[in-house]
Ligand binder design. Sequence first.
Ligand code: ADE
Length: 250
Amino acid sequence: MRLDVVTIFPEYLEPLNVSLVGKARARGQLNVHVHDLRSWTYDRHNTVDDTPYGGGPGMVMKTGPWGDALDSVLADGYETGSREPALIVPTPSGRPFTQELAVRLSERPWLIFTPARYEGIDRRVVDEYATRMPVYEVSIGDYVLAGGEAAVLVVTEAVARLLPGVLGNAESHRDDSFAPGAMASLLEGPVYTKPPVWRDRQIPEVLLSGHHGKIARWRRDEALRRTTANRPDLIERCDPKAFDKKDREM
Ligand code: ADE
């Protein structure tokens, strides 16, 4: 998969060199290009923003640098054989970024991110590129960040770990919170590792029983408990048929 990020803070994307994403890059599973938007400014002050039409506070990012940047990124990608780009526009006004969207994005060969600062990018930029490729305006949560770069890191990590061969253990995202399957829409419960006793705290005994059925039941109960406490909205949204008799006894 090819990823391009156009930003006025290329340094902000340095975490893409470490951990899971960094390793995926080193192995050639991810091909990441970070670009400085100011490379596509031609005035002395490298201006990327201007005052909003219609008035109001803050500044709006200008069409010119974004258009030139995206044209150049697209030309480079096509020249080197990438196809079917999708534009990812982080914005608090976007659709919620979910595991389901992460899965869909992980199936695409080429993602181009346009993290904005200030009040956002002149709308005409999105409208223009939407005629040429799918555009996903995504929000990583109901809060306002100072810019979209942190959202790029979030989306990239969620997507990269789904790419074939990126996670060490092929099973390890099967039981993720939000993963499809029996635990659909339930949050993952607590996890434990050695030693079995720490500061007088014992791990739940069932986990030492070797009884797979009992362990599965315990995990499901814990997932239900945690979901009910932290995300009652997820329980509400569940198909009632997804609950068995034991779930209802909880
Ligand atoms: N930019 C600013 N806030 C954001 C958010 N919540 N999600 C995505 N991009 C953003």
